[in-house]
Write a protein that binds this ligand. Structure first.
Ligand code: ADP
Length: 784
């Protein structure tokens, strides 16, 4: 249809024209569009009927109905009409395929449709190698950009990427890209206008770059908008969920009511000025917060803590000495030292209205009633009682709380306990003050010091509350098992009241007067409905328990009560009697038997006596001698002091070879071995000196040691026996182990006065000044 001129230039042709609105058709592009204007419909019909090509050119302004030649772009596309579909309302849907660019020259005819005179534009034929390479480079660049463009979510049909990669002609390539990307109409027309292939490629690169930039910014905006929406939606959902949960739990309150209530409390309670200012400030912050903000609950719980402390609540102390004495005696047997001290305290308090004074520390083995006497002191004084155990506390924050900046912070246990006591002047029991330890998280002992020091505890500051709180009216009592491990500065502020282990007779009395009635009541039995004979109780003490206090004893009695309750219900018996004979029915087989004690005189085995945190204990020490080269071995549980004393003991023994009538070269030819069996409670101290020497001498001479003797005493290099401590505890431990003879340093003779008569009556003592005195009594004499 086009005629080639002599120089290969295409000749002008006249053909039907359709002016396009909002659309640019490129060569090689297959596309359908709808035509509705009369002239356009006529032009299309003419082409179909005559099999002619059509000239498609884009209108500059879409609004113009009948465009003049100046109203259309100069460059358009000659296309083939491939298919026509009639649509309702005189509209045609035309499928065309672009063929080549053409420039419009003039309108040859206007009626019934425009016939345009156009000059087709020939495809370029490149011969310049350098140009070719440049075009190739541009094409690659465009491919990259196009992929990027597609990956940014631009609407590009899947197969297009593939089709494009197949195209080799640079001009066609640029056209395909321009026709396939959703770019502005003007940009499309600019590409169409571009006749030079290289320029066209360059233009497409620029357009793609611009589009990519736009898409990227678009995406950024979209994602940040999305994030914001996501976040607020999430919070919204969570908040709604929280509301539902709170409603389910019955926790919803009207916020305003709540604020009003807090405000009222802050105004009415006798808060300190500082506390009131802080609470008001935080309440004001809380009111300003957006509803549902998580910060609100943090502020609310802080204000709640402040207003729930017992500001200004003091109980009136009952200072009636007689009444106090009565109550203390009612609850506890013995413990006279403690009771006397409390009465003194009350008397002073009555004369001088001042609580100041050292902090009482009740020290003694477990189960001797330290906690429970503190409880009855509170009862006697009509005070509120709170207890806090310091065992295992290593973190200062446990005592003094975490700062509020810490997520989930709460006040420390001192403030929590005060809240629980609901009184500014309760009796506050600090249990196991010797069991605190310190580590990298701070020193709890120094925090305790601030709690206990009467000079400064009127302004105790919890980290969480961060306001001064007055602890000076609180009556602190502490307990400890082992006073040697109480941090020194705390120890200096305390008055130690030692509570010793109980003797069997004391235990019997405690059981009869206190534990039995208490346990009977706890199990719903009348005290008269159960009788346990004294002998049975003694058996429980000896065969079912081995302790300094009465905890296990109380537990065994509770076991009896349970069985008795079953019997009463089952048989309807009015009274249950427990005797030595039927004890087993209630408690099963004894946990200890006589076998536990060393029953035979044995070579190298000696019963020592140790004093530990849980009271006195018997401590078997074993020694053996084996052929060797003079080495010494110490095994088992020996503390440093005990090791030193073992070495001293060995030197003493080595110096005694002649006296013991042993061969003089025995030192070089034997190894000595001392073993202290491990027990649950660590033991240390010098008081096992004589015990170890005795064991070694027995092992060397092969003469057995008396099993019915226990001993204690420090030894010097010259064999002297030195005074030691803890005589009462050790004596009771020996008795618990069924041993009735004790070898003691002579210098300890005076201490025997501490022993209750009942204990002294059951024991005989041997006093030693030199190791020879010990050996003479402990080692069985050679027979014959
Ligand atoms: P601790 O605090 O010294 O370890 P507890 O106070 O827990 O000992 O005492 C253990 C049990 O023994 C408690 O039930 C207590 O009432 C009872 N108890 C201890 N000593 C006596 C006593 N002298 N009189 C009456 N009951 C006692």
């Amino acid at each position: 249809m086009q005629n080639k001129g002599a120089e290969g230039k295409l000749e002008k042709v006249v053909m039907p024209m359709v002016a396009l609105r909002g659309l640019v058709i490129f060569p090689y592009m297959v596309l359908h569009f709808d035509v509705g204007r009369e002239a356009s419909v006529a032009a299309v019909e003419e082409c179909v009927v005559q099999g002619r090509d059509i000239f498609l050119v884009t209108q500059k302004d879409m609004k113009i109905e009948s465009p003049e030649i100046t109203d259309v772009h100069e460059i358009g596309t000659i296309a083939k009409v491939k298919q026509v579909l009639k649509l309702p309302g005189d509209t045609l849907r035309v499928l065309v395929e672009g063929e080549r660019r053409a420039r419009i020259l003039s309108y040859a005819e206007r009626e019934p449709y425009i016939q345009a005179e156009v000059e087709p534009i020939p495809d370029e034929v490149t011969t310049d190698k350098a140009q070719e390479v440049l075009k190739e480079a541009y094409m690659r660049r465009i491919t990259d950009l196009f992929e990027r463009f597609a990956s940014l979510g631009a609407r590009v049909p899947g197969e297009t990427l593939f089709t494009i990669s197949e195209i080799e002609e640079p001009g066609k390539f640029a056209d395909m890209i321009a026709s396939n990307v959703a770019i502005k109409l003007d940009d499309k027309q600019r590409v169409l206008d571009c006749i030079d292939e290289l320029d066209r490629l360059q233009l497409v690169v620029n357009i793609l770059k611009k589009e990519i930039d736009i898409l990227e910014i678009d995406k950024e905006i979209a994602s940040s908008v999305k994030q914001q929406i996501d976040k607020s939606q999430r919070e919204y959902f969570l908040r709604e969920q929280m509301k539902v949960i709170q409603k389910e739990l019955g926790e919803t309150e009207n916020d305003e009511d709540e604020v009003e209530e807090l405000r009222k409390k802050i105004q009415e309670l006798p808060l300190s000025d500082e506390a009131r200012a802080k609470a008001e400030k935080e309440l004001a912050r809380m009111v300003k917060m957006a509803p549902g903000s998580p910060e609100i609950s943090v502020l609310r719980s802080y204000i709640d803590w402040i207003v729930s402390l017992p500001w200004g609540k003091y109980t009136v102390d009952n200072l009636d000495l007689q009444n106090a004495r009565k109550i203390l005696d009612e609850d506890h047997y013995g413990l006279d030292k403690v009771k006397d001290r409390i009465i003194e305290f009350l008397a002073v308090r009555k004369l001088k209205n001042d609580m100041r004074g050292p902090i009482l520390c009740l020290a003694g083995p477990p189960g001797v009633g330290k906690t429970s006497i503190a409880h009855s002191i509170a009862r006697a004084l009509d005070k509120k009682f709170v207890r806090m155990s310091l065992g295992g506390v290593r973190d200062e924050a446990e005592i003094r709380g975490h700062r509020r900046t810490y997520i989930g912070a709460i006040p420390g246990r001192i403030i929590s306990s005060i809240k629980q006591a609901d009184s500014m002047n309760p009796l506050f029991l600090l249990d196991e003050i010797d069991k605190m330890s310190s580590d990298f998280r701070g020193d709890p002992a120094s925090a305790m010091l601030e709690v206990l020091d009467p000079e400064i505890n009127n302004t105790f500051r919890d980290h969480y509350l961060d306001i001064d709180f007055d602890l000076s009216k609180v009556m602190f009592i502490t307990t400890a098992n082992d006073i040697s491990t109480i941090p020194r500065p705390l120890y200096d502020r305390m008055e130690i009241i030692q509570i010793d282990s109980y003797t069997d007779v004391e235990k019997l009395n405690i059981a009869k007067r206190h534990l039995m009635p208490k346990q009977a009541k706890a199990h719903g039995l009348k005290p008269s409905a159960i009788k346990v004979s004294d002998a049975a109780i003694m058996d429980i003490i000896h065969l079912y328990t081995a302790e300094s206090g009465v905890r296990s004893l109380e537990r065994e009695l509770a076991a009896i009560m349970r069985k008795a309750a079953v019997k009463t219900v089952e048989t309807g018996a009015a009274k249950i009697s427990v005797s030595q004979k039927n004890l087993k029915e209630f408690l099963g087989h004894p946990k200890r038997s006589e076998n536990d004690m060393i029953k035979q005189d044995t070579v190298g085995v000696v019963t020592g006596l140790a004093w530990t945190a849980v009271g006195g204990q018997t401590m078997p020490v074993e020694a053996s001698v084996i052929p060797g080269t003079g080495k010494v071995e110490l095994t088992g549980q020996l503390g440093d002091v005990m090791k030193e004393s073992a070495k001293t003991g060995i030197s003493v023994v080595r110096a005694m070879m002649k006296k013991l009538k042993l061969p003089l070269d025995i030192n070089e030819k034997t190894d000595l071995h001392i073993h202290v069996p491990e027990g649950a409670i660590p033991k240390d101290g010098p008081s096992a000196g004589v015990t170890m020497v005795t064991a070694l001498v027995s092992a060397l001479t092969k003469r057995p040691v008396r099993h019915d003797i226990a001993m204690t005493g420090e030894i010097t290099l010259t064999g002297r026996v030195l005074k030691i401590g803890g005589i009462k505890e050790k004596a009771l431990a020996a008795l618990r182990a069924g041993i009735h003879t004790i070898i003691l340093p002579k210098d300890n003779q005076g201490d025997l006065e501490e022993l209750p008569q009942s204990v002294r009556d059951q024991l005989s003592f041997v006093f030693a000044t030199k190791i020879d005195d010990v050996l003479k009594h402990a080692i069985v004499a050679e027979k014959k």
